[in-house]
Design a protein around this ligand. Sequence first.
Ligand code: BGC
Length: 343
Amino acid sequence: MSIDKTHKKIAIHKLVNENGISIDFQNLGGIISSIKTPDRNGKLSDIILGFEAPNQYLEEHPYFGAIVGRFANRIAHGKFTLEGKEYSLAQNNGTNHLHGGLSGFDKVFWEVEPLENENGIQISYTSKDGEEGYPGNLSITVDYVLTDDNTLKVKYQAHTDKTTVINLTQHSYFNLSGDFSNQILDHELLLNADQYLPLDDTQIPLGNYQSVVGTPFDFSTPKTIGKDIGAKDRQLKIGNGYDHCWVINNPNNEIVKAAQVFHPDSGRTMDVYTDQPGMQLYTANFLDNTLPSKTGGTYGPRSGFCLETQHFPNAPNEPIFPTTILKPGDMFASETWFQFSVK
Ligand code: BGC
């Protein structure tokens, strides 16, 4: 963990829409530190895990709300080869590389500008050639837009001056109950995916696509996150729960509805749309009640879930996975939308 704390101060930017939904963003890590949405009775609550005090984001935490890159999730042994050259990255998760390294995009200060024609902000960052071991000066912008149909749109763009790899995601932890002492096991989840990526013991994909049919990984019709999470299953044991990437049904690489989550008690619903091939569902398996919660107490296992739209983990070392290579002259462009409603 290394944040240059002397450099800049955390600044908070707020977006509000005509229905009273509000979202707070930080220049540090592009972190979303609050999303307030109404329940079915109109009561607003914060549905994002994080901290009350902004300075707490300068300390160790599990990527709460952050933009993750240059490569989200794991790269086996922190090594990959590109155009005949081997690159070595930090092994910051056992022997693997996780979420961009020791000082990934979650730990840097981004420039923030308001967007001119939309209710939004644009954050930008240039990752230097060699930063965290990755080749190429990579310039990234992320637009955060809040629309009046209650959608948070996250639009990524990037370009490089040397061939590199890129995989960006938004790492917010949601709990639609708005009370983080409640586990998320009662949330009903639908994933638009017939296959997922099974993992080895170090959480690197084995390299095959596995059908979800007849497994605890089948969310192709809605079921609660808790229904099968305790099943006797080798893959669930490896992740200590769900910590896997689903292969979104999206043959034409369009923006499709990839997930829907419904919390029966509050009525809150969230639909996730994306053009990315993968969706990492992480059920906060490694939260261990050491970090203070915004609603009192501490964050425990299953106190939130992440739906991380992304390319597949370890893609630089798996030729059958969709490519994550970005070349000079090409533009990386991707969108993910989180739409909030009540039922
Ligand atoms: C990963 C988990 C990891 C977590 C860190 C998730 O995206 O899939 O394995 O522990 O991030 O907070």
